[in-house]
Design a binder for this molecule. Sequence first.
Ligand code: MN
Length: 251
Amino acid sequence: MNSDPGPVPVRPRIGITAKSGGSTHPAYRPYAAAVDAAGGEPVWLEPETLAGTDPHEVLRDLDGLLLSGGVDLDPGHFGETVVPDAGVEIDPRRDAAELPLARAALDADLPVLGICRGVQMLAVAAGGSLHQDLGLIVERARHQQRLAGKDETATAHPVHIEPGSGLARAVGGGEQIVNSFHHQAVKDVPEGFVVTARSPEGTVEALEDPRRPFALGVQWHPERMVARHPAQRKLFAALVEAARARALARR
Ligand code: MN
């Protein structure tokens, strides 16, 4: 009889950014739950944890990074001033902590998944820009979640996922239905990145850099969809798998 349990599975360490106090906040818990369910070990990264640290040092201890959702980025980070009445809400400490971390992750080719604010963070970190208010480019009522009601697991609009993309390899290509809580959207796509999902009106809903092992962001909130939409779990599985490959390569 072979009782060899085999090698202990590697649980790659996945840094998850959060607002101050986010690690115990109900809105942030689903990120850690989704990473944990996918086989990763969540490591919270709040602005206080990151203040005064060298982002490359922080990342040396991690195998992957999840840039989570939250309030808007300061338009100053992409060379604009705040558009009046655009409803821009900023957390300067969080921006100051996360932007260098996102840039360092791209520098180091660390597997990184951006979600909502996180895809916007990825775009800006790589040199892109944002529309400060969705209402400036689309009929907001058609695009945002309010039509879907208060159920946060409910979906709001379809996206077309580019066949053959990394995103399609993770969750499937073609039409998918997603939730939509964002107030901003990616405007200028940074060099090297490609748009791999769009809403029917053309809003950028996902970006990735095919040159990197795993650098991908989505504008929806897969962590709130995993219970009812199992395909979305595969996004976290793809991050964890890329992080595990990196962890094993470094041993
Ligand atoms: Mn959307």
